[in-house]
Design a protein around this ligand. Sequence first.
Ligand SMILES: Cc1cc2nc3c(=O)[nH]c(=O)nc-3n(C[C@H](O)[C@H](O)[C@H](O)COP(=O)(O)OP(=O)(O)OC[C@H]3O[C@@H](n4cnc5c(N)ncnc54)[C@H](O)[C@@H]3O)c2cc1C
Length: 445
Amino acid sequence: MGDPTGFLRIERALPPRQPVKVRLRTYEELETRMTVAEARDQGARCMACGVPFCHAGCPLGNLIPDFNHLVYEDRWREAIEVLHATNNFPEFTGRVCPAPCEASCVLNIERVPVTIERIEEEIADRAWDEGWVRAQPAATSTGKRVAIAGSGPAGLAAAQELARLGHAVTVLERDDRIGGLLRYGIPDFKLDKRLLDRRLAQLTAEGVTFRTGVTVGDGDDGGVSVASLRAEHDAVIIAVGATLARELPIEGRELDGVHLAMDFLVPQNKRVAGDTVEGPSAAGKRVVILGGGDTGSDCLGTSLRQGALSVKQIELMPQPPDDDPLAWPDWPMILRTSSSQEEGGERDFAVMTKRFLGKDGKLTGLEAVRVERVDGKLREIEGSTFTIDADLCLLALGFVGSTVAASGDGVFTCGDARRGQSLVVWAIAEGRECARDVHAYLTPS
Ligand SMILES: Cc1cc2nc3c(=O)[nH]c(=O)nc-3n(C[C@H](O)[C@H](O)[C@H](O)COP(=O)(O)OP(=O)(O)OC[C@H]3O[C@@H](n4cnc5c(N)ncnc54)[C@H](O)[C@@H]3O)c2cc1C
């Protein structure tokens, strides 16, 4: 612990964001960087607690007090080594993680946790800028072959770990580009895809082979069956995510203008990547987003950038409280405002959509009812039916599972495909853990 009184003297501070009107003009990430002095000050706020709850809060077990201390001492090169010891892709988590580490920071008892996530991002960005992040190819080969289905953060983390251990790794991806939801899901304004490309270049230099446009499954649909992959490899990892979206099968679902969130988000990411693709547009429309989570929030930021006339984000559950003083060191269920929600639109809570309204096959609105929680269950409030005008409705209701079910000797599963819809940080953690299991399977002692 560099500065024993840092947490008493120094306020929690983050660099200011760009003004909303500047942010909405572009799909680029517009984060302002911390200066070295600012990062050092924020690192000095870490109390190096005897029991660092942040370690447990982070699914990766990131060594948070250690890297905070190194930043405080201006030892950035060692800081990235400490960070990489537990996290393959800190520049991703430093940007998109909801930061359970900060929720469990002891200073969060006072609602002023150390700016852990931001320090992580600064360490990673600085390491790349300085050229400290290099390929680490294995010195020797084990002669073992591993196939990984799915190229999201779980598949990529597993691939990197196994390649560095000397295994020959091939990643098979159904889509036309590598990266899973990091590529086609999370918008560019939250995660610049150039950061993903430079990691992929690193993995390639470490010996990982990537193949796009390959569907792994039962083999019936022209893709590759898990059984045939297994026959050609010493182990197979299924890291195909949980991409089956939850539907809303109510009257009017078939109307033109009602779309799954991913049918809206993915084409936009492709356009930013330079492709010409069709897809629903929010330009000039009254947009309603059903679902108050990350995906809904990304639809909101994207709708505003596309030039929506208005955007409403509707959540079925009641509005959570602003504070939950008893939650620490667990994850508090409180009202959060994402960067997209800061940019505009309206939010409404405790609203259940009953049917979509339309004319000539086109969406014109939604009929909804207010709900309340009684004995832990949601109950419709009598006489509260109302309508909302809408030309575009995006369903961001979560995901129900994966398209591939596989098990058997030498077949492993990780990431969202194993745990259900989750977080990037969990996907990386699972990819790493899965790689350890695969390595133990391939090289029994
Ligand atoms: C819109 C959106 C925004 C999100 N925002 C955040 C955020 O801000 N922060 C956060 O922490 N988490 C966020 N998440 C969640 C996070 O992205 C996921 O938890 C994480 O990407 C899961 O990683 P994964 O590797 O398990 O799967 P995925 O990232 O889903 O990758 C799976 C890959 O497998 C491929 N695939 C699927 N089926 C097959 C098949 N049969 N054969 C071959 N390949 C196949 C898919 O095309 C995909 O590329 C968000 C999710 C969504 C949908």
